[in-house]
Ligand binder design. Structure first.
Ligand SMILES: NC(=O)c1ccc[n+]([C@@H]2O[C@H](COP(=O)([O-])OP(=O)(O)OC[C@H]3O[C@@H](n4cnc5c(N)ncnc54)[C@H](OP(=O)(O)O)[C@@H]3O)[C@@H](O)[C@H]2O)c1
Length: 257
């Protein structure tokens, strides 16, 4: 585990607001999902994190206070079985997404890349909500995760923009269809997690420097910032059908690259 994955338990706004509640975070073992899991734990919830691989206690001693379950969100039968196994719970947060680089460019020779990305990000979010919904207790919520590219496309990332926009549209549709279960989406900007470790160190540092110079918040986002927003969405009983941009003001400045 690296520094970027280390989330302090003293998340801003942490209270006992989720005492007695159970929260499931699909993608909660790393990065943004781990920030959400840590915020929920700090607020008193029992937390289940789901991902394709279960980490051993030796590998991830920091996960000792959460329950891990194995789940590949592209496999609907596995998603259904996982939620049937979890049983009743209160809040679902889906942060998982296919690995960076797994989407297809628009002009690829065939559409395998985009099909695979949509299968993971869009249909995986759909399947998670679909098979979690029957188990959500009264007062429960679903929170999805997209990114700034939902509304600020970049050349070469059409599949990401399309998948994020589809998830945001689904979020609004489900706020109606699953009501009174609340359904919202967090749209992060640049969040400094290990997702960016595919970049050479020099390039990643350059990106951080650009963000610090241009974003109104004057720093890169952290998983803890998203955890704080997720806690708000889980606990505010009157927010539904919302897309919340948590991007340090990235939406107001020219895009960094
Ligand atoms: N970081 C940013 O700057 C940023 C900005 C905007 C939007 N986002 C969005 O947020 C997503 C997550 O970002 P992150 O920084 O948290 O990335 P991350 O650290 O790479 O986390 C991805 C998580 O998803 C899980 N996962 C991947 N495929 C899965 C599958 N098929 N089924 C179940 N779980 C799966 C992974 O666990 P396993 O490997 O165990 O499956 C991992 O825990 C991104 O992909 C993107 O959609 C990120």
């Amino acid at each position: 585990m690296t520094t970027a994955d280390t989330i302090r338990d003293s998340a801003p706004g942490a209270t006992a607001a989720l005492s007695g509640k159970k929260v499931v975070v699909v993608g909660g073992k790393t990065g943004i999902g781990l920030g959400v899991a840590r915020s929920a734990r700090a607020a008193g919830a029992t937390v289940v994190v789901a991902g394709r691989r279960i980490a051993s206690p030796q590998e991830r001693p920091d996960l000792a206070d959460v329950v891990q379950i194995g789940l590949d969100m592209r496999d609907e039968a596995a998603v259904r079985a996982a939620f049937d196994g979890i049983g009743a719970f209160d809040h679902l947060v889906v942060t998982a997404a296919p690995d960076l680089g797994s989407w297809g460019s628009f002009m690829d020779a065939d559409m395998r890349g985009v099909r695979s990305y949509m299968e993971g990000k869009f249909l995986g979010s759909w399947a998670s909500a679909r098979h979690a919904a029957p188990h959500l207790r009264a007062g429960g919520s679903v929170t999805f995760l997209t990114g700034g590219m939902a509304v600020r496309p970049k050349i070469g990332f059409a599949a990401v923009t399309a998948a994020f926009a589809a998830v945001e549209a689904l979020s609004g549709a489900l706020a109606l269809e699953l009501a009174p279960i609340r359904v919202n989406t967090i749209r992060p900007g640049f969040i400094d997690t290990d997702m960016w470790s595919f970049l050479p160190a020099e390039q990643r540092d350059g990106l951080r420097t650009q963000v610090e110079a241009t974003f109104p918040a004057r720093r890169a986002g952290t998983a803890q910032d998203i955890g704080h927003a997720a806690l708000f969405l889980m606990t505010n009983p009157y927010v539904t059908g919302a897309v919340i941009e948590v991007s340090g003001g990235e939406n107001l400045v020219p895009s960094v690259s």
